[in-house]
Design a protein around this ligand. Structure first.
Ligand code: PAZ
Length: 325
């Protein structure tokens, strides 16, 4: 496949590239329902108090986007992301008093379900003598905890889960969320942990039907996805506190790339991580400092997201206070 930048979009301004992306993307099937759910969630949480203040709202993005190769999609380009970071972070944000919009890849890790086996429906239950089913003793605590935590968050209107698969769905939903969250001002946070496709086939250039397997070479032109982080910061939600992530496999370039992303997209912080150590160690890069955050192996709930969310939540508090001066 040829990842080419020499596409007609290359000479356009970023705003024009973003507009062209959205104008040509296939429309979201359920945009009306998403918009209703979002508005209800944001209104509810903006008027509810946490420690005497309006509740903060974070949009956590999680998992990888796909780039389809056919309009009636049979094949797509995907990436490694499991959604573990986003699901785990969501649990800690809820614990820290945030309401969370969890924009996640369909089928990826979900908050509160990490301690369940891969196929919980089949593995956690067993038949009883009277042909009913019950939770197996070994999973009874884990199932109860997962169910109760999840139920409390969703029913309490503290967790709104919105699934995506493709890069088209993801960016359209992120735009809707960001614009809806404008009214939250500096109490809004974006925690952008999703692994978003860098290249895609524009909808209008995509073949409609399944690509046939007859020829020796498959020549598909992928073009760069417009860098929407800048647009999010500048136009969609200019007052929100924005954290993006940078993943590399080569540790020698990671911090430089994170610094570059901080400047280029005007983020408040970039969380740098390496593929192999991403569950143990991250570095929070801001314009003033680089803070290494490690998983605490002496604690029982030992997730690197625990100290990470504590740190980011403190920085968010300082940001809100600064914004009101
Ligand atoms: O989803 P996961 O837990 O398997 O991995 C998390 C991650 C590495 C995708 C995330 O921490 C991250 O760095 N996201 C941004 C990737 C990037 O576009 O550079």
């Amino acid at each position: 496949m040829d990842a080419s930048n020499k596409h007609e979009d290359a000479g356009k301004t970023l705003e024009a590239q973003a507009k062209a992306f959205f104008d040509s993307a296939p429309p979201l099937h359920n945009s009306h329902k998403i918009s209703q759910d979002l508005n209800h969630f944001i209104q509810h949480n903006s008027s509810s108090l946490e420690n005497g203040e309006a509740r903060r709202i974070v949009c956590v993005t999680s998992g990888g986007t796909t780039a389809p190769l056919e309009q009636r999609c049979v094949r797509y380009v995907d990436n490694f992301s499991s959604g573990h970071r986003g699901a785990t972070s969501t649990e800690y944000f809820l614990k820290a008093g945030y309401a969370v919009i969890f924009l996640h890849r369909r089928g990826s890790f979900q908050p509160f379900c990490r301690s369940l086996p891969d196929d919980p429906l089949l593995e956690c239950f067993e038949p009883t003598n009277d042909l009913n089913i019950q939770v197996r003793e070994a999973y009874s605590e884990a199932v109860k905890r997962a169910y109760m935590n999840h139920h409390t968050a969703v029913e309490g209107c503290l967790l709104l889960k919105l699934p995506f698969s493709t890069i088209f769905e993801y960016l359209q939903m992120l735009q809707m969320i960001a614009i809806s969250m404008r009214c939250v001002g500096p109490r809004a946070m974006f925690y952008l942990a999703a692994a978003v496709s860098d290249y895609y086939v524009p909808w209008k250039d995509m073949v409609e039907h399944k690509i046939q397997s007859g020829s020796h070479l498959l020549d598909v032109k992928l073009v760069q996805v417009p860098k929407m982080l800048s647009v999010l910061r500048k136009d969609w939600a200019p007052q929100a506190f924005c954290i993006s992530f940078k993943l590399e496999t080569d540790s020698s370039i990671l911090l430089n790339k994170a610094n570059a992303a901080l400047d280029k997209y005007n983020m408040h912080a970039v969380v740098a991580n390496e593929l192999l150590t991403r569950k143990e160690r991250v570095v929070v890069v801001t314009s003033a400092e680089k803070i290494t955050v490690l998983r605490d192996n002496s604690e029982s709930a030992n997730d690197v997201e625990d100290p990470l969310i504590k740190l980011l939540s403190e920085r968010h508090t300082a940001y809100i206070e600064d914004s009101s001066r």
